[in-house]
Design a protein around this ligand. Sequence first.
Ligand SMILES: [Zn+2]
Length: 100
Amino acid sequence: MGSIDTRQFGDRDSLTLVEFLLARITEDEAVARAYLDREGASPSPLVRRVMERALDDCLARRRLVVEHAAAPHPDRVCTALKLLAAGHRDHPDHPGLQPA
Ligand SMILES: [Zn+2]
């Protein structure tokens, strides 16, 4: 998937959250792909399945982020996006927006 034009995504807090989430998804994809593409290593069928599922999850999260970010919300910053970011609350770049 190519780069995403995030300028459509509302106010600055929303944009920051969207960029933060897309960066984390890209990192997760890179880890799973690197594991699957290791030369000379053949992951067990179970590990391969888990990594492939992780990649599918990344695709789904990216789509969810883009669709929620582009949709109007009654709350200023989408709660679903804040929930997606909650698992990364210890990351130094976490925007600090907590779900209610
Ligand atoms: Zn939303």
